[in-house]
Design a protein around this ligand. Structure first.
Ligand SMILES: NC(=O)c1ccc[n+]([C@@H]2O[C@H](COP(=O)([O-])OP(=O)(O)OC[C@H]3O[C@@H](n4cnc5c(N)ncnc54)[C@H](OP(=O)(O)O)[C@@H]3O)[C@@H](O)[C@H]2O)c1
Length: 283
């Protein structure tokens, strides 16, 4: 069913979201601080509003996607939101999401916070995911429209949960990038072709290693860190070896040093027989 939906914030992501809703046949009203960014969407059938209040006017579902949470408040501060669902897809911290949910409730709005796990060109394509938390009733009411932009996953009533899981996924990504950067520097120090190393060796290895993560997560949940794979003492020696190799090759091991710190702490507690999952308790 076609809905009236407003999209406030037409940067790279907001424009992609609005475009997907238009393509699915929804009646989309758009607003952006710099009005020119609305024009390509108007050409595809959107209605441009002159102010945020005018944009919110016709819609039950109000999607906001701007730089940060202070900008969300700035945009919606003087706007009547009574009876609307505000779906805030701006990236932010869990505490900001909870504050913004209370702020929206004071204005009579139902609130959903969203964490977009995609880049703009992935929107409305397989593989794009948006995590939602906050009002279950609001999510249920608009699930079909939300599903147009990306696979929607409702994770719970705490508005801070979607941003927390979003940041946790980004944390996993940055950890992987840190490992890739160090590996790339080491491989380059030997003048070995980096693209070949990456596609034929590293990526298959990382994919194979990823398969072990759920078992590690189960050990973290249970607190049983016994291992038949490799213990911390072996890993500590292994990471020492890496760091010495980096130095011998003239490469900075800076991104690996924090891992060594945590490993050393855990082993110093007499827990060198445990598996890597035990390190989570140090964190
Ligand atoms: N791009 C991605 O791959 C991606 C992926 C996941 C999540 N996100 C999240 O999506 C949000 C938007 O990202 P984006 O890539 O669309 O960024 P962007 O292209 O830089 O657009 C930023 C948007 O925020 C608006 N804005 C900034 N400050 C404002 C203020 N004080 N008042 C009103 N509007 C303001 C800008 O308006 P003007 O046009 O007037 O400057 C623009 O519409 C961010 O929270 C980002 O983390 C992005």
């Amino acid at each position: 069913m076609s809905e009236n939906i407003s999209v406030l914030g037409l940067g790279l992501m907001g424009s992609a979201l609005a475009e997907s809703l238009l393509a699915a046949g929804h009646r989309v009203t758009v607003w952006n601080r710099s009005p020119a960014k609305a024009q390509p969407l108007v050409a595809k059938g959107a209605t441009a509003a002159a102010t945020p209040a005018e944009a919110v006017g016709p819609s039950d579902l109000v999607i906001v996607c701007v730089l940060d949470y202070p900008a969300v408040r700035e945009v919606l501060d003087d706007v009547s939101l009574a009876g609307r669902v505000v779906a805030n897809l701006t990236t932010g911290r869990p505490a900001e999401a909870r504050e913004t949910a209370s702020w929206a409730a004071e204005r009579g709005a139902d609130y959903l916070d969203g964490g977009i796990m995609a880049v703009p060109y992935m929107i409305a394509k397989p593989g794009a995911l948006i995590l939602y938390s906050g009002s279950q009733a609001a999510y249920d009411r608009h699930e079909q429209a939300l599903a147009v932009m990306a696979e929607p996953r409702y994770v719970g009533t705490d508005p801070g949960l979607a941003p927390l899981l979003d940041l946790a996924m980004l944390t996993g990504m940055y950890g992987q990038i840190a490992g890739f950067l160090e590996a790339a520097a080491l491989v380059s120090s030997a003048k070995y072709p980096l693209t070949e190393f990456t596609s034929t060796l590293l990526v298959p290895w990382l994919n194979a290693m990823a398969a072990g993560k759920p078992a590690m997560a189960a050990a973290m949940e249970s607190g049983d860190h016994r291992t038949e794979v490799s213990n911390l003492e072996i890993n500590r020696v292994g990471v020492d070896n890496l760091i010495r190799t980096f130095r011998e090759q003239g490469v900075r091991p800076d991104l690996l040093i924090p891992m060594k710190t945590i490993l050393d702490q855990r082993v110093a507690r007499g827990l060198g027989h445990e598996g890597l999952s035990g390190l989570v308790e140090e964190l």
